[in-house]
Design a protein around this ligand. Structure first.
Ligand SMILES: C[S@@+](CC[C@H](N)C(=O)[O-])C[C@H]1O[C@@H](n2cnc3c(N)ncnc32)[C@H](O)[C@@H]1O
Length: 202
């Protein structure tokens, strides 16, 4: 399973504010591009991929929306507006979740009231977790990455204290080359690098 966890620090948890923030400093529209690049391919979707978007602008807890290729139901559309509407609907369903509680929406999206740090700590116990960073080891020097989890931010850098905490957990930095890319572009490149190593993965 390939997994991407994206930290969206200014993305509102409140569904109405989330939708209203498209095109503003929160740039939630970037999240729609990440969904397409993570989960969809021509005439299908990637069954082996999981994308979690962690929205952090919250009055109580962050909300993590998890979309898994092999359980994702029909979405109302793949254009930006429809995808943001799908995220807003999931946020609405999960609006009164207690800390660390979760639920599954009708379309298979899982909503969890959990922080980015907590989510990553859980993953790091059993999986190989990589932080995307231009100054990390080149992905082409790392061989086949087994059952990997990739951590990204949207347009806002990871807080410095998070870097230290991730390093203490043994999480390695991984580079895709010298150019600073959008997170959605990173996702496409990672898929392509891994597809080439294991071309039979759908
Ligand atoms: C638009 S970038 C974040 C930009 C942010 N202003 C910063 O300075 O970190 C979004 C995500 O893509 C990752 N990223 C961008 N280009 C990369 C590259 N060449 N190699 C690895 N990760 C990259 C960043 O580390 C970040 O997680």
């Amino acid at each position: 399973m390939r997994e991407f966890i994206v930290r969206a620090r200014k993305a509102p948890v409140d569904a109405a504010r989330f939708l209203a923030s498209a095109g503003t400093g929160a740039h939630v529209e970037y999240l729609a591009q990440m969904i397409v690049n993570a989960l969809f391919i021509s005439k299908g979707h990637r069954e082996d991929t999981c994308l979690t978007l962690v929205m952090e602008d919250s009055a109580d807890f962050s909300r993590a929306l998890t979309m898994q290729g092999n359980t994702l139901g029909g979405l109302s559309g793949m254009d930006e507006g429809s995808l943001l509407g799908t995220c807003a609907a999931a946020l609405n369903v999960g609006s009164s979740l207690k800390k660390e509680a979760s639920l599954v929406c009708d379309n298979g999206i899982v909503v969890q009231a959990i922080s980015f740090e907590h989510l990553v700590r859980e993953k790091a116990l059993t999986r190989s977790v990589y932080l995307l960073d231009r100054k990390g080891s080149d992905i082409r020097d790392c061989g086949e990455l087994l059952d990997p989890v990739f951590l990204l931010t949207d347009h806002i850098p990871m807080p410095r204290k998070t870097y230290h905490s991730l390093a203490r957990q043994g999480i390695k930095k991984l580079s895709l080359g010298p150019t600073m890319l959008h997170a959605s572009q990173c996702i496409s490149i990672i898929h392509n690098e891994l597809d080439r190593l294991a071309p039979d993965i759908s």
